[in-house]
Design a binder for this molecule. Structure first.
Ligand code: CAA
Length: 261
């Protein structure tokens, strides 16, 4: 059943060009500033963090999508212009605190309790590319164009995107993509593992719906435990990982069959 997002939260999100729709176990976040190609402001990143904090416990799948012709054109460039709101980094600690706050808008999408899906079409540039990278899965339209534009603007990607990019494409390719700030088109993105699925643009919503249905068909608690295991795997030795498998499995067996005997 679709739940209406409460007025205050909806208004706060609208300020950041965001819309949230919750329908049972599925939450859909729409970057909703099509006339600016879903360019993001500080309010967008704060709004994303707010959604993470306010997400109902029954939500199992979070879809992030963009309204209009593009997923997102990245940071709103007006924030760099004279009198703009991007700080100069003068007070290092304060600026780092602000960036940490913005990063919170991205990090929660990796939580074990949910599977996040970026439904990407058109341009996904800079902060938009990093938002797609912060999701667990990427379903992309065949018109998708990823670009890590930050180095071309004299900046680094700082919205949690560097680690997933390196994890997915490997260090040499990540260096090449970021330091040339070139565009990665859909077909190459799929080849590099940046997308789980590429579909014709008019099939994007249907493909996301099909994936969502498949994800929801699996036992909810087993899904959480399995995602937790998989997320720990890269940082674990084999010994640590198989010990973690045993621990999680005992919890599953107890939940399924009771701890007695
Ligand atoms: N910020 C503010 N406004 C933007 C914008 C952005 N990032 N991207 C697009 N817009 C605005 C355009 O100015 C234009 O406004 P008007 O209608 O008033 O002229 C409107 O959105 C539509 O844009 P286009 O006509 O350019 O649309 P398009 O579909 O032909 O092209 C685009 C889309 C390729 C994304 C192009 O708009 C573009 O290159 N935008 C800039 C992308 C960019 O450099 N982003 C910064 C990324 S770096 C980053 O994100 C850094 C970080 O986090 C620190």
């Amino acid at each position: 059943m679709a739940v209406e997002v409460a007025g205050d939260l909806a208004a706060e999100l609208a300020e950041g060009g965001l819309r949230l729709d919750v329908d049972g176990a599925v939450a859909t976040i729409t970057l909703d500033r099509a006339e600016r190609r879903n360019a993001m402001t500080f309010a967008t990143w704060r709004g994303l963090a707010r959604i993470g904090a306010a997400l109902p416990g029954e939500v199992r799948v979070v879809v992030v999508r963009g309204a209009g012709p593009s997923f997102s054109a990245g940071i709103d460039l007006s924030m760099f212009q004279g009198g703009g709101t991007v700080g100069r980094g003068g007070d290092r600690a304060e600026t780092e605190r602000s960036i940490a706050e913005f990063q919170e808008g991205y990090t929660w999408l990796r939580r074990p309790e949910i599977v996040s899906i970026a439904a990407v079409h058109g341009h996904a540039i800079g902060a938009g590319f990093q938002l797609a990278l912060s999701c667990d899965l990427r379903v992309i339209a065949d018109d998708t164009k990823f670009c890590m534009k930050e180095p071309a603007l004299g900046l680094v990607p700082d919205l949690t995107g560097t680690k997933p990019l390196v994890d997915i494409v490997g260090l040499p390719r990540a260096i090449e993509i970021c330091l040339t700030a070139r565009t990665v088109h859909a077909e190459e993105a799929a080849r590099l593992g940046l997308a789980e699925t590429v579909v014709p643009a008019d099939r994007l919503d249907a493909a996301v719906a099909e994936l969502t249905t498949a994800l929801l068909a699996v036992n909810a608690d087993a899904a959480v435990a399995t995602k937790r295991l998989l997320c720990e795997a890269p940082g674990n030795t084999l010994e640590q990982q198989i010990a973690a498998e045993r621990r999680e499995q005992v919890d599953r067996l107890r939940a399924l069959f009771g701890a007695g005997g």
